[in-house]
Design a protein around this ligand. Structure first.
Ligand SMILES: [Zn+2]
Length: 329
């Protein structure tokens, strides 16, 4: 049995539960599952199989691996089969268009139905990490499939590689196109406050975060500005450590010491692998790259501005440093 998450662009079909939105999984009809013959005959835009290592049994705390069905959502509409089992060894992901084209029965998606397409960015703050990683993988694979329907060298229509290889193959020139991951470094830079000795972290306000919104006609404070860490893509031919040094020099003009890797996070906007680093401030005055940043400074950990949401690697890096100083975010 295969079950699938349903996507529409970067949103996921979810059901409202008391503790928030939860992705709906649909059973796929046998005709919609992959078979060797089928993948060779028909290009299935909008259906991908997800990694078994990210399957729910690896993350769901209340799943008994021997149980056949763990979680059943009762539906008031008898035409909808919303049997959810979290024991599937691997899940699939399909697009909404694919589901419609294959006549799959979808839950009612309307106001008041308790079902809706919810943006991944919203879900990531509330779902277990392995589940949000699985959704992240699905978004990237579905987009990759859509973007590789033709050979980028000779423009012939592509076909799926045989069996389990995840590649789109050109039948004319044999070029293979694989899902692409773009490495991106993100760095938490610390120093002691020169006056007080309190630990500080470098944060920057990016133009892409938007400007401060003021509403003079309303009796409310303006939205606080969002501050994040210094981040950027790794260039061709560059090591991760070099990318950290270069990005920080470009964006805020300071030098670093004690650069060390902490953790990573897949981030499907568009297809990034965020590689989280920590480093110590070494020397230099902050000079911001004005076409990217509007402000950057060292902030005391006890007095931080608005920072990225929980669930993002930026938050995790900042929270880790704050926790070491005895500060809970
Ligand atoms: Zn080709």
């Amino acid at each position: 049995m295969t079950s699938a998450f349903v996507f529409s662009d970067d949103t996921i079909l979810c059901r409202q539960r008391p503790n928030g939105w939860w992705p709906v999984q649909l059973e796929l009809p046998p005709s919609a599952t992959h078979s060797d013959e089928e993948t060779q005959l028909a290009y299935q835009v909008g259906h991908v199989t997800l990694l078994e290592s990210l399957a729910p049994r690896h993350w769901s705390p209340d799943v008994n691996p021997t149980s056949a069905s763990v979680d059943i959502l009762e539906s008031t509409d008898s035409s909808i089969n919303t049997l959810h089992t979290f024991t599937a060894q691997a899940a699939s992901a399909i697009t909404y268009d694919y589901a419609i084209a294959h006549h799959m029965v979808l839950p009612i998606i309307a106001e008041g139905s308790g079902n809706a397409f919810v943006p991944y960015r919203q879900l990531i703050t509330q779902l277990p990490v392995a589940l949000s990683d699985q959704l992240s993988q699905a978004i990237q694979l579905l987009r990759w499939q859509t973007d590789t329907q033709f050979c980028s060298r000779c423009a012939a229509p592509t076909i799926h590689a045989k069996r389990d290889e995840r590649a789109m193959v050109c039948p004319v020139c044999r070029l293979r196109q694989y899902p692409r991951v773009q490495p991106c470094v993100i760095t938490a830079i610390t120093r002691p406050n020169p006056q007080t000795g309190e630990m500080q972290i470098l944060l920057a306000h990016h133009h892409r975060y938007g400007q401060q919104k003021t509403a003079p006609h309303l009796l409310q404070s303006p939205q606080p500005l969002l501050y994040g860490l210094i981040a950027g893509f790794v260039e061709v031919g560059e090591s991760l450590e070099h990318a950290v040094v270069r990005e920080v020099a470009e964006e805020v003009n300071i030098s670093l010491s004690d650069i060390r890797y902490v953790s990573s996070q897949p981030w499907p906007f568009p297809s990034n692998l965020m590689l989280g680093f920590r480093a110590s401030y070494a020397a230099g005055e902050i000079v911001i790259q004005e076409d990217e940043l509007s402000h950057a400074d060292f902030f005391d950990l006890s007095n931080l501005p608005k920072i990225p949401s929980k669930g993002s690697i930026a938050y995790e890096l900042i929270a880790q440093i704050a926790n070491e100083q005895g500060i809970l975010l």
